[in-house]
Design a protein around this ligand. Structure first.
Ligand SMILES: NC(=O)c1ccc[n+]([C@@H]2O[C@H](COP(=O)([O-])OP(=O)(O)OC[C@H]3O[C@@H](n4cnc5c(N)ncnc54)[C@H](OP(=O)(O)O)[C@@H]3O)[C@@H](O)[C@H]2O)c1
Length: 306
């Protein structure tokens, strides 16, 4: 059995001590655990200080490596994420991102090379961020190859750093029914980046407030899953997206886990057209409720409705 344990933020929420104690009292062998952690902001700057930050995170959890280390968001470390969203979208933030991307990913690649993380990835990187990062990786690795083969590279290419940059193993983003992120998921598939979704079931309580739970429950019974939470998780899994959910309730955990088999069923089953209509209607209402925050067209296709 592989148990996934996620801890959060190296500095913002100091969870690692608790996670470390829980892991060690459980007695589970390290190889049966998958540990993901996130480094706060773009880890640019001096490699030794980035490495020291990650070593401190590992020491808290009392392990010698993470299975996956993600850059938590494409902004400078310490950015307040709970303020005005418009402040986060300023052009100087993009300029900072572009200026520090090569250095930050070089540091991530060195952490992987030095064995502190088996895989490296990103979180809250949208398509334009992923495109920029892929471009940096391809160009830098091309220069390295040219250097190895002694072939001259274009003068406009970035400075090579000696070793090849690591591939992007995974991208973790906020994806739920109101924010299905079709373009982002498609981009990840095309570039063999695993797509992880957070907060996927968190706002289901809001659907109830805006009167959407009832139509969604119609879909729940039409497709034969146990509840709306399972529906959302199975919908993501059937799209090839891995949801990361949290719960403090054993029954919820069990039900969420069962979404895995429900997703296999969704991939193969033919849902009758009335379920498709109910779902389409419910999702369009959701999209309106969250005004412009997600394009919900095409959901039935993701359920494999024929
Ligand atoms: N990369 C990022 O920037 C970022 C941001 C936020 C979160 N995350 C990651 O994503 C993980 C999940 O995020 P999250 O906890 O915010 O959102 P979530 O898993 O979508 O929502 C958790 C909430 O849903 C409830 N819930 C879960 N399953 C349920 C079920 N079957 N029935 C009823 N209620 C259910 C939980 O309550 P109960 O405890 O009562 O079940 C809890 O209140 C986090 O642990 C974190 O690692 C990442």
């Amino acid at each position: 059995m592989l148990i996934h344990v996620k801890t959060d933020f190296d500095k913002v929420i100091p969870l690692e001590g608790h996670v470390g104690r829980a892991l060690h009292t459980s007695g589970l062998p390290r190889k049966e655990l998958w540990l993901t952690n996130k480094i706060d902001g773009l880890p640019s700057g001096d490699y030794s200080s980035v490495r020291a930050r990650v070593e401190a995170m590992l020491a808290e959890v009392q392990v010698d490596h993470f299975d996956l280390l993600l850059i938590n968001y494409p902004l400078p470390a310490g950015t307040a994420l709970d303020g005005n969203p418009e402040a986060l979208a300023r052009s100087e933030n993009w300029a900072h991102f572009e200026r520090h991307l090569l250095e930050a990913w070089t540091n991530m690649s060195r952490l992987r090379q030095d064995g502190l993380a088996i895989h490296v990835g990103v979180s809250n990187f949208y398509t334009q961020h992923l495109e920029a990062l892929q471009d940096v990786i391809i160009r830098s690795n091309k220069i390295n190859k040219c250097k190895r083969n002694s072939t001259p590279a274009h003068t406009s290419d970035p400075e090579p750093h000696g070793n090849d940059l690591a591939p992007i193993y995974a991208a973790e983003n906020f994806i739920d029914l109101a924010h299905p992120e079709y373009e982002l998921v498609e981009y990840c598939f095309r570039h063999s980046i695993r797509c992880l979704a957070y907060r996927s079931v968190y706002f289901i309580g809001v659907y109830e407030i805006i009167g959407l739970l009832e139509p969604l429950e119609g879909v729940v019974s039409a497709v034969g899953v146990a509840n709306v939470h399972q529906l959302v998780l199975a919908w993501l899994l059937s799209r090839g997206v891995s949801p990361i959910t949290s719960s403090s309730n054993k029954d919820h955990l069990r039900s969420n886990y069962e979404a895995l088999s429900a997703s296999r069923q969704l991939r193969t089953c033919n849902i009758d057209s009335s379920a498709s209509e109910i779902l389409g209607e419910a999702l369009n209402t959701l999209a309106l409720a969250f005004r412009g925050m997600g394009d919900l067209h095409g959901i039935p296709v993701c359920f494999g409705i024929s």
